[in-house]
Design a protein around this ligand. Structure first.
Ligand code: SAH
Ligand code: SF4
Ligand code: F3S
Length: 479
């Protein structure tokens, strides 16, 4: 099959400032509508909530063609891999899956296999996929989601491999509003408030794969939340790599606090947001959080390291002391707030002393939980050029020590709920036992109860009887 290249990624260009184009929602063509009837698709999504939301949008595009979704990719007419490049193992996992998919393709040679997301934004990765996975016939970048129909049509009509992964123009998407089908969950919805990242932490690939910070119009966001309320949604999570930078690209200050307040005023039952950046996280936001009880008291505030030396090398723009001051202020304003974080161990040349400073912060903040990672070298990032004198075994040993302490505090924090009543939004039936229903409380703790499907989508009071490290078990307590 021939390859038609519309654009290729370029990591260097991806790091530069550039014009932003506004892209309208794409419309299905008659050709695709007649192709899509009776066809099936399967989607695999890796990575963060930004990717989940992108997959939802593409899934909606496919459903709008009359296609049906299936779990398994064997036998599907269209298979999509929406990829994550944050660490090397996420990328390797993709290559394993693409290898497995070859068998399904050999049994069904008209299967369209597409790859999108952050991995294909890397020059090397796109070249590797084109060379090693000849059964992949469509590759498109994170700024090309709203060109999806046109790319798919090209691929089908011209019987060519299509590649469109621009790094030079990052679009501001207009998102389809109001379709239940466009969300995976019937009760909780991710709502993008901005795209991209301008922070350029030295280890991180995201600014190169997702482009510069672009804020959506406030009116569009509020309209989307109101639409979701009408459809019965109980919870929204406002998404951005850096939510407190919302509006900065349009010259607005403290715009996140006022956006949050307007979202709270819509009356949606629950609001969460992720991710705030420590030094941009301002007291205006805390005040809004304290004023509205539909904003959930749960904050994910990534620290990355407790060592000021390492923070500097990571280009994180705060010191450990400044971070702790923010935590103190936050806890004063919101005494029942749950705090979670992200930590990287084994950044190039991290000393035992640096690592102990990270443990000091963990012992001081006593996080409810944390995502912990071993540093992974990402091609094209500034940190990838650093010589590293720390052995893999030392990195793993530090990781295990950190994990033990994180688990200890998670367990201690979970114990505090035993004997207390907490509100839970139920949204999942256990796969193993249909009588176990789960959901999250305001602080983001996972709670299981005995029940049946009728409570899905409801917010109910639960008395907690038992705690585990990362979950609570209780009983519904009716008023
Ligand atoms: N924008 C968010 C995080 C997005 S990525 C923020 O800054 O808070 C999620 C997490 O992945 C990061 O917080 C970081 O802890 C981790 N991460 C990013 N790049 C990494 C790398 N090269 N190696 C290991 N972990 C990494
Ligand atoms: Fe990556 Fe830093 Fe941006 Fe988060 S703030 S996405 S870690 S560059
Ligand atoms: Fe991964 Fe891209 Fe998100 S690299 S973490 S999917 S922004």
């Amino acid at each position: 099959m021939k390859t038609k290249i519309l654009s290729l990624p370029d990591l260097k260009k991806a790091g530069q400032k550039k014009e932003i184009e506004s892209v309208p929602v794409c419309k299905p063509t008659d050709y695709l509508l007649s192709w899509g009837r009776d066809k099936t698709f399967a989607i695999r999504t890796y990575g963060c909530q930004a990717n989940v939301r992108d997959s939802e949008i593409i899934r909606n595009y496919l459903l709008s063609l009359g296609m049906k979704e299936k779990e398994d990719f064997s036998g599907a007419d269209f298979v999509l891999f929406n990829t994550c490049a944050i660490r090397e193992n996420a990328e390797n996992h993709l290559y394993g899956e693409l290898g497995l998919c070859k068998k399904a393709y050999d049994n069904k040679r008209d299967m369209i296999i597409a790859v999108c997301g952050c991995v294909v934004q890397e020059e090397e990765a796109t070249r590797y996929i084109l060379e090693h996975f000849k059964h992949v016939s469509l590759i498109f970048g994170t700024s090309r989601i709203n060109s999806f129909y046109y790319l798919l049509q090209d691929c089908l009509k011209e019987k060519m491999r299509i590649v469109d992964v621009s790094s030079t123009s990052f679009s501001l998407l207009k998102e389809p509003v109001g379709s239940v089908a466009s969300r995976f969950s019937k009760h909780k919805a991710f709502v993008n408030i901005m795209y991209g990242c301008d922070k350029f932490c030295t280890y991180c690939i995201v600014p190169y794969t997702r482009g510069r910070e672009r804020s959506r119009d406030k009116e569009d966001i509020i309209k989307e939340v109101e639409e979701l309320i009408k459809l019965g949604y109980k919870e929204v999570t406002l998404l951005g790599q850096n939510v407190d930078a919302y509006g900065k690209d349009k010259g607005e200050k403290y715009a996140f606090a006022s956006l949050l307040e307007e979202v709270a005023k819509t009356g949606i039952k629950r609001i969460r947001f992720t991710t705030p950046y420590p030094s941009d996280f301002n007291p205006e936001v805390f005040q809004v959080m304290a004023k509205y009880n539909n904003i959930m008291p749960s904050i994910h505030l990534p620290i990355q390291s407790g060592s000021d030396e390492i923070l500097k090398k990571m280009n994180r723009r705060y010191t450990s002391k400044e971070y702790l001051d923010i935590v103190k202020l936050l806890r004063e304003k919101l005494p029942d707030v749950a705090l979670t974080t992200d930590i990287i161990v084994g950044f190039p040349n991290e000393t035992e002393e640096d690592f102990l400073k990270t443990l000091d912060i963990v012992n001081e903040v006593k996080y409810d939980s944390a995502y912990t990672f071993i540093y992974s070298k990402r091609p094209g990032t500034p940190a990838s050029k650093l010589y590293d004198n720390v052995s893999e075994s030392v990195k793993h040993e530090r990781f295990d020590r950190l994990k033990k302490i994180i688990d200890f505090y998670a367990e201690e924090n979970a114990k505090k709920y035993v004997g207390k009543t907490t509100e839970v939004l139920f949204d999942t039936v256990s796969k193993r036992d249909k009588t176990m229903i789960s959901g999250y409380n305001p602080q983001g703790k996972l709670v299981h109860v005995k029940g049946d499907e009728s409570i899905l989508g409801q917010i109910r009071k639960v008395e907690i009887q038992t705690s585990h490290t990362y979950s609570l078990i209780g009983e519904i307590k009716d008023e």
